[in-house]
Design a binder for this molecule. Structure first.
Ligand code: SF4
Length: 304
């Protein structure tokens, strides 16, 4: 198995990819398939719309505030300064994604004020576990990618990458969701290992720490992978991709019910809940395995 480094801070035009690359996979979509193949189908093949929930919007907002916070001089990165960023960042997000304004009824000032207050409360959870005045992240909201097994482009957005003076890497992911942590922890760790694999393959360094920051609980979960584990993980990712290809070929994506069904937007189409999936899209609509390489993967915070 070989890997070819492709560092990409913005976007890899498909034309710039090595000619051997046949498909792309993001950690979110890989985790979807691993969680429930039918969920992967609904999201990546049928592309069924999913209405942004208040919780997802709050996650996107908090990620945006934390990203901007590090633009300030280190000494200014205080809870008050973060609080001052909340409303302007929300205004910016609504300008960029006008559908977010639909989360609240017109004139529901109390609802939107409560929403902004709840985002500020999550930021308090952040300050309880980290002091951003003592940090200088190397990268924030960075799109990273690598080619594995010569044929598969894997890529995704890091929330934050810290680099120690000795070169050690720490990947940091902010978790803002209100769902019980244990329901999503395996998925979160899977995504972090995905980033660790990309970094290892592109920089030759196994990240020393993969860190999940749970803002609601003000808790830190650290994990330290090793090269052998990442090698096994790489095989898992390639096997997942092959399983996705096979399922697509057979048009066979089965539901895998779990606790995560409670947060699934597609119960109405899922046989587990008495629903019927839509007809499988025509082959022409699914025949471009590099389609995801040409579109922007989910931004940080949008997929919690
Ligand atoms: S409801 Fe559950 S089983 Fe059905 S598609 Fe969603 S995650 Fe899968």
């Amino acid at each position: 198995m070989t890997a070819e480094p492709v560092i990409d801070k913005q976007h890899t035009p498909a034309a710039a990819l090595p000619a051997t690359v046949r498909a792309s996979l993001s950690p979110s979509r890989a985790a979807d398939f691993k969680t429930c193949p039918l969920l992967y189908r609904f999201r990546s093949i049928d592309r069924l719309p999913e209405r942004t929930t208040v919780e997802q919007a709050r996650g996107t907002l908090v990620h945006a505030v934390l990203e901007r916070l590090f633009d300030l001089p280190a000494t200014d990165r205080t809870p008050d300064a973060a609080g001052d960023l909340v409303a302007p960042q929300w205004d910016r997000l609504v300008t960029e994604q006008p559908e977010l304004a639909d989360l609240f009824d017109a004139g529901d000032e109390a609802g939107s004020a409560e929403f902004l207050r709840s985002a500020t409360a999550l930021l308090a959870g952040y300050f309880a576990v980290e002091d951003p005045r003592r940090l200088e992240p190397a990268e924030r909201e960075s799109l990273i990618s690598a080619v594995v097994d010569d044929e598969l482009l894997i890529r995704g957005y890091l929330d934050r990458l810290d680099v120690a003076p000795d070169g050690a890497l720490r990947v940091v992911d902010y978790k803002t969701g209100g769902a019980p942590r244990e329901a999503f922890e395996a998925r979160a760790l899977f995504q972090l290992k995905f980033y660790a694999l990309v970094l290892w393959r592109t920089r030759g360094v196994v990240p020393r720490v993969l860190r999940l920051l749970y803002l609601r609980d003000a808790e830190v979960c650290d994990y330290s992978p090793d090269a052998e584990e990442l090698l096994r993980f790489e095989r898992t990712v390639v096997a997942l991709w092959q399983a996705i290809e096979q399922a697509t070929e057979r048009q066979d994506f089965r539901p895998r019910p779990s606790r995560l069904c409670d947060w699934c937007s597609h119960q109405a189409h899922c046989p587990t809940f008495g629903g019927t999936p839509p007809p499988f899209p025509p082959r022409s609509a699914t025949a471009d395995p590099l389609r995801d390489a040409r579109s922007r993967p989910a931004a940080p915070g949008a997929d919690e």
